[in-house]
Design a protein around this ligand. Sequence first.
Ligand SMILES: *Cc1c(COP(=O)(O)O)cnc(C)c1O
Length: 502
Amino acid sequence: MKYTSTRSKIQPINSAEAILQGLAADGGLFVPEKIPKVSLEEINELTNKTYEQRAAWLLGKFLTDYTEDELGECAELAYNWFDITSRVPTAILIQDPKNPVAPVGSMELWHGPTSAFKDVALQMLPHLMRMALKKVGETKEILILVATSGDTGKAALAGFADVPQTKVMVFYPDGGVSKIQRLQMVTQRGKNVNVTAVRGNFDDAQNGVKKIFNDKKIRDELAKLNVKLSSANSINWGRLVPQIVYYFSGYIEFVKAEQVKLGEKIIISVPTGNFGNILAAYYAMKMGLPVKKIICASNINNVLTEFFATGTYNRARKFFKTITPSMDILISSNLERLLYHESDGNYKLVNRYMNELNTLGKYKVDKKLKARLDKIFYAEYVTEDETREFIKRIYDSFSYLIDTHTAVSICALSKYRGKTRDFTPILSAATASPYKFTSAVLTALGQSVEGVDDFAQLKMLNDLTNVNIPRNLSELSTAKVLHEDICDKDEMADRVLKFAAE
Ligand SMILES: *Cc1c(COP(=O)(O)O)cnc(C)c1O
């Protein structure tokens, strides 16, 4: 299996190179030349396998330059943290007793070290990278640079900690992340990790990192230290492909739980931001997973809802800060891959749309492409009030506690059922533990959090619901702070060089 770019005809490359490069030289994203097929029989054969075995087998369909053993090792190392009772996916059934033919399975993807679904990919990526280095004969150390507004930083630290031939360095805005988010990062253990606060806001941290990436002098100095910069952002193919696995695994668990028969089509609902998670569902469908429709659930930053309704993607709009911050995005980068595949690899067309997005702030897909997207996707957005209402409603009806992002997905699928009267079984992605967004969840349940500090809120939600606090969060109040460095934004490059030399 070779990889090409969404924006021009390039010499196709292996997956190891695609994972190391991240972004194609023409600015496009790497895509597989063909989407591999999986038969129902093969899906059935995965039934009695562990999650790790399912992952290794499915990854092998895309990463053909990795051996079976290598992928098995990646999966074991990536997923050894799932405790046995809370493996991905825990398909918890939310079923209306009055309508027993319409199950909704909640795929809890957040049982990793940071309690959010990005762990599933970020625990795998470092191992894929490490092996890729070996494959292409790269002897330099890779230094992953991350600017974070909170959650991605910790997930990257947890993923790369102590992975050979890699280092990871995270910059966060001083005072710009929550107390818990900060503690998650500054207590990170590992010989190859660095966490530094930047005096400024998130944009300052992000611009600082971008500048370092574009600075040839710094790259040259790093090369002398035998270090090469890289990023772990969500457009990297190595972050996408591990996400395909849980849709297959979720379907298999749904069949095992006798909610659907093998071969029967389901609907998948995904709370969407950068379009990575939902694109993985699309790949699963194209590979042969029986999927009838994919629901794209958004918050009031509803650029995708409008896109799927009208065919016009228009990023020029008001930006809202919401209680689902991981979906507060106006440019959903991974959508580019969908446009490429659904236009049958028409890179000229994709290139044109991306240019228009850059220069005009919008593009409109042609009728043919629009019609193809309509067949696969249904898009819906959810207001802040509706999000809170659904947290309360799902908790009151099913004693099931969900976070704000998960609530957006469940509210959107409920709107879909209301409008279409289509009661096909649905798998809904649960992307974060309710304890990651405690204050919004408490508010939704009618509690006042005014003046209550982060840790007291965890306890408050636990007292109210009896739902366990994930250990990685409850342990934070006593964990040792290991990273106290702080710098100005024009000192970031020096900090990078210093850490690279360690
Ligand atoms: C990142 C994130 C999302 C959005 O996923 P995308 O792949 O960016 O579409 C949804 N929920 C949570 C909790 C997230 O962290």
